[in-house]
Design a protein around this ligand. Structure first.
Ligand SMILES: Nc1ncnc2c1ncn2[C@@H]1O[C@H](COP(=O)(O)OP(=O)(O)OP(=O)(O)O)[C@@H](O)[C@H]1O
Ligand SMILES: [Mg+2]
Length: 577
């Protein structure tokens, strides 16, 4: 599957099935001819000859034809529904993967891509697609009408041209509204998601009116466009229906006149009436199909736009187990929207098993650096290397197992404490779960919870306190064979006892040779780290042994000594005395 456009590639793979469905259309429509031919024969032959044998024969033939036609139609619908299911299976995990990557930059994306996939699947499995495949074969009906009578054929063609003109003139109007309604619906749902996410703040501070304003605007526009689209559709469909009925009357009248003047048999009237209905059906359905088609196309386009967000390089591979040595090389991160440099030329080296602390004022880029270190954010330039290989050279799954990350805003999954520590692994070894908790020094704490490791933490950990969540998330960082643990303010919700336990946790990690990087505002939790990095304005102002750096920090006159950009900060920091 090409990484450029997996949806296109998947659809291309279905091409033979689509081709088969197309040829099915020929047989289905040819068999459909049985009905008008039967009616004509009954009127012209059976009624005039009075032969019941002929009637019986004709009825059997038409019965068998209809049976085959039904079978083929059912088969084609089955093929479409299989294609729909197959597309879903083939694309959904890729789409989830890409949505996740995109959500790192654009949280408002929500689950829209999966809804878009459902739209495409819905179109593939809908009767609309069957009508589309039948449309080219409508030519058969035109040919037969012409064979019955040239003048009636011309009338039907004229009717088709008129209906097409009507569709072309009017389809743009409702299509524009329904496409806008579709956009507004998506925006209103995203706005409501945001309100629900902030439900507590909204309720406590009585912000419902203000918070739901955006939702209301989009919701109103959605309804207005949907209303206009529906009204226009109604008008168009009534106009089309009237035109069709007029045509029917015209054909019958013209047919009767032809019969009277001896140009056609009376059976021709009923045959042409049935055939014209079939021949004009695609023109009738065009307006509705066009709108579904527009929405499907938009969904398809949005899904295609997911692709550039895919940041994982293709050449990732499983590498030998690393020791945990980190090289941060001239690392920079620029906010694309404001062009502001958030991390600037950080250039340091962390040995395997070392414990490093990062300090610095608020908004200085610590969290951004942490996100770069675990591969959640992509550097604008420079790189982070784990045992010599840049993060994007690692197989993402392998890298994920090697990294423990405690984000500043802890998020847990619904489920039990054990499931969360085990990173949702289905058959996790209980000993490994306990080992992770012990390493994080939270084992005893977890045992005190109502059901210990089996405590249900509720939706997003709602049943736990902030400190409890932070402890569970800390244990999750140490599950399995992690080599690098990045902790963003792990003590934000810890009491004094919790902080002491955390200091022990850092020592445990050091003993095991796990590299830890801890961001903290309070140096109390950095007692046992080996080195400290001082970050200011996104730059590494100091990096060196913890004691020296902390000592310098407490002497205001030497507090922060600027170092030249892109220089090896470690050397510089160490040379400062
Ligand atoms: N994804 C992002 N896109 C754009 N700007 C960002 C992004 N993440 C952070 N920033 C900006 O970068 C700056 C640094 O933010 P960051 O969260 O890294 O600071 P911090 O040092 O962790 O602060 P704190 O101590 O308050 O947690 C902030 O001004 C923030 O607005
Ligand atoms: Mg932060």
């Amino acid at each position: 599957m090409s990484d450029k456009d997996p949806i296109r590639a998947a659809l291309d793979e279905c091409r033979p099935l689509f081709m088969a469905a197309f040829w099915f259309g020929l047989f289905i429509n040819a068999l459909m001819l049985a009905v008008p031919i039967y009616s004509m024969q009954v009127l012209d032959r059976v009624l005039s000859s009075g032969s019941l044998d002929t009637l019986l024969m004709l009825t059997i033939i038409v019965g068998v034809s209809l049976l085959f036609m039904g079978l083929l139609q059912g088969l084609r619908a089955l093929v479409f529904s299989h294609i729909g299911r197959w597309l879903n299976d083939k694309l959904s995990s890729d789409i989830v993967h890409k949505t996740l990557n995109l959500a790192l930059y654009k949280p408002s994306i929500g689950s829209q891509p999966l809804r878009d996939l459902a739209t495409i699947r819905g179109f593939v499995t809908s009767p609309a697609l069957g009508s589309l495949f039948d449309a080219p074969w409508a030519i058969i009906y035109f040919i037969v009408i012409f064979m019955i009578n040239l003048w009636l054929g011309l009338t039907v063609v004229l009717g088709a041209v008129l209906m097409l003109a009507l569709a072309l003139v009017t389809e743009k109007l409702p299509a524009k509204h329904s496409s806008l309604a579709n956009d507004e619906q998506i925006k209103s749902m995203q706005a409501m998601d945001a309100v629900i996410r902030n439900a507590e703040v909204v309720k406590a501070m009585g912000l419902l009116e203000q918070a739901s304003r955006r939702w209301r605007v989009h919701n109103r526009q959605w309804l207005e466009h949907a209303f206009s689209a529906t009204n226009l559709q109604t008008v168009v469909s009534h106009a089309t229906r009237t035109l069709r009925m007029g045509l029917q009357v015209l054909l019958t009248g013209q047919g009767a006149w032809l019969v009277i003047s001896g140009g056609m048999s009376s059976g021709g009237i009923i045959a042409v009436s049935i055939l014209s209905g079939k021949a004009l059906a695609p023109f009738d359905a065009a307006v509705t199909i066009y709108q579904t088609w527009i929405n499907t196309q938009k969904a398809y386009k949005r899904l295609q736009e997911l692709n550039p967000a895919s940041t994982e390089a293709n050449r990732t591979m499983v590498l030998p187990e690393p020791r945990g040595e980190i090289a941060i090389e001239k690392l920079t991160f620029q906010d694309k929207q404001s062009s502001r440099w958030i991390v600037r030329g950080v250039n340091i080296r962390i040995e395997a098993g070392e414990a490093v602390g990062i300090i610095g004022p608020s908004g200085t880029g610590k969290t951004t650096l942490a996100r770069l270190l675990v591969g959640v954010a992509q550097p604008t330039s420079g790189s982070v290397r784990l045992d010599g290989a840049a993060l994007d050279q690692w197989d993402p799954d392998q890298l994920g197992r090697l990294i423990g990350y405690l984000p500043q805003g802890v998020e847990l999954f619904s489920g039990t404490v054990a499931e969360n520590i085990a990173r949702l692994e289905a058959e996790a070894d209980p000993q490994m779960i306990v080992a992770a908790a012990q390493m994080a020094e939270v084992h005893d704490y977890i045992l005190q919870l109502p059901n210990g490791y089996q405590t249900d933490i509720g939706l997003n950990g709602a049943l736990l306190s902030a400190g409890q969540k932070q402890r569970v998330a800390l244990a999750r960082c140490f599950f399995g064979g992690v080599r690098l643990v990045v902790l963003d303010e792990p003590n934000a919700h810890l009491d004094a006892e919790g902080e002491l336990a955390f200091v022990k946790c850092i020592m445990n990690a050091k003993e095991r040779g796990i590299t830890t990087i801890t961001i903290a505002h309070r140096p109390s939790v950095l007692q046992k780290v080996d080195k400290i990095l001082v970050l200011q304005g996104g730059e590494a102002k100091m990096f060196g042994p913890a004691v020296e750096v902390l000592d310098k920090m407490t002497r205001p006159e030497q507090n922060v000594r600027p170092i030249r950009k892109h220089q090896d900060t470690e050397l510089e920091a160490n040379s400062v005395n």
